[in-house]
Ligand binder design. Structure first.
Ligand code: GDP
Length: 424
């Protein structure tokens, strides 16, 4: 069992970072393969509480190499700030444990600006972007209008390429959005500054991974967000702009030859969702407030209150299939302890008919949840470390979910700390 992907099954924020931090113990390399600094993994371990946005969650383990693969939106400015923050907490960071792929495209300051300008233009039709420039970045990447990290090594060629892109981008900035013109020198200075800092970290990670895999090193692929935010399989257009599913891991990591032996899908014991878009099982008012507070559901990047609701079996089953998950980590079970009865969204009603299939995105807005109640366990379970010590009602909840989503639950997490979990 050499290669493993840890992926989100739902809308993101399932606790992937916590699972990567736990499982890195058995792996040599952790690779981020998509997304950018728009989401956040919160990891609590001997270095305290760290919110990671771009750094792979393996950076807390000695001897683990962390890679930002070619599929990642590499924002060098934010990455540097994040590295400084994490270093302050005592985490060693150097080219010894962090690499950036030469083939990773750079997210430039204009992507962040364009994201904000577009959200402002959309006004009340906005998608709920985190304004980190992710959508404009991936649009430019697919239009082949980005700079690759490996281009930072040849300044003359880099500046010539950057100038072409700047001329093109100014047309959009000033023509479409009526923004003030910006001199090329600003971009050139930014590129030179970050080239100096990051050159030692930029490597041909495909060669590195090829040799590592040939030498039997174990690779962990770390996803951002979840199945329902996948560009192709998610709730279009409220998805992210990259592929969050495990099938993309080999491509976005720089190891298209890698086989995934194990795909750990992370599911939260209830649902949460950040931003706009249909969220069928959503709760409102006091009920929602209570769950949000119990689960501390506020965005790691934006601090925005997350939308919450009960576990959604229909969406989760779809997410498990999209990820081809081989096993599940069910997180935040401890959060449900305050409930007398545990609600689960078991089916949807769509146009008067009950359905178990996750609807086509444009139909999802009309779906209504069908909730069932499970008995609660009525006690604190955060100190429990063995399956047989879990109250029967908690065991029954896990077994019910396992059967309903059709995938074995092999970890039950009962707290944010590294050791707060039960292995089944
Ligand atoms: P990610 O982006 O999928 O890594 O998820 P986030 O980091 O955004 O959200 C997960 C949050 O829940 C973090 O603050 C974790 O510390 C916390 N967490 C993870 N697992 C558990 C758990 O089992 N119980 C509790 N109470 N908190 C958890």
């Amino acid at each position: 069992m050499s290669n493993c992907a840890i992926v989100g099954i739902n809308w993101g924020d399932e606790g992937k970072g916590r699972m990567v931090d736990l499982l890195t113990e058995s792996y040599d390399i952790v690779v981020r393969y998509q997304g950018g600094g728009n989401a956040g993994h919160t990891v609590i371990n001997e270095y305290g509480k760290n919110a990671l946005h771009l750094l792979p969650s393996g950076i807390f383990r000695k001897g683990v190499m962390n890679i930002l693969g070619n599929g990642v939106a590499v924002d060098l400015e934010n990455l540097w700030d994040e590295m400084e923050q994490v270093r302050k907490n005592g985490v060693p960071l150097s080219p010894e444990n962090l690499m950036i792929s030469t083939r990773a495209s750079l997210l430039l300051p204009w992507h962040r600006e364009q994201d904000g300008l577009e959200e402002a233009r959309l006004a009340d039709k906005k998608y709920g972007s985190t304004k980190q420039g992710i959508a404009p970045f991936y649009a430019d990447k697919y239009a082949k209008k980005t700079i690759l990290a490996g281009e930072l090594f040849n300044e003359e060629r880099l500046l010539a390429h950057a100038k072409d892109l700047w001329e093109w981008k100014e047309l959009t900035r000033t023509g479409v959005y009526h923004a003030e013109p910006k001199p090329f020198e600003e971009l050139a200075a930014w590129l030179k500054k970050y080239a100096e800092i990051f050159k030692p970290y930029i490597q041909d990670t495909t060669v590195y991974l090829r040799d590592a895999i040939a030498a039997d090193k174990k690779v962990l692929f770390e996803a951002q967000l979840g199945s329902l935010r996948d560009l192709d399989y998610g709730i279009h257009p409220y998805t992210t702009s990259s592929n969050t599913i495990a099938a993309y891991a080999p491509i976005g990591s720089g190891a298209p030859f890698a086989k995934l032996d194990r795909i750990v899908g992370v599911v939260k014991a209830y649902s949460s969702c950040v931003g706009e878009g249909p969220f069928t099982c959503e709760w409102f008012d006091e009920k929602a407030e209570q769950l949000r507070t119990a689960g501390e559901e506020f965005g790691a990047k934006t601090g925005r209150p997350r939308r919450v609701g009960p576990l959604d079996i229909v969406a989760t089953r779809y997410g498990v299939a999209a990820q081809a998950a081989t096993e599940i980590a069910l997180t935040k079970m401890d959060v449900l302890s305050y409930m007398k009865e545990i609600p689960v969204c078991t089916h949807y009603m769509l146009d008067g008919k009950q359905t178990d299939e996750f609807p086509f995105p444009a139909d999802l807005e009309r779906a209504l949840p069908v909730e069932e109640m499970m008995p609660g366990w009525g006690c604190d379970i955060s100190g429990i470390r063995k399956w047989e010590d879990l109250p029967k009602e908690a065991q029954d909840y896990v077994l019910f979910v396992e059967k309903a989503i059709g995938c074995r639950i092999s970890y039950v997490s009962v707290g944010p700390e590294r050791d707060a979990y039960i292995k089944r």
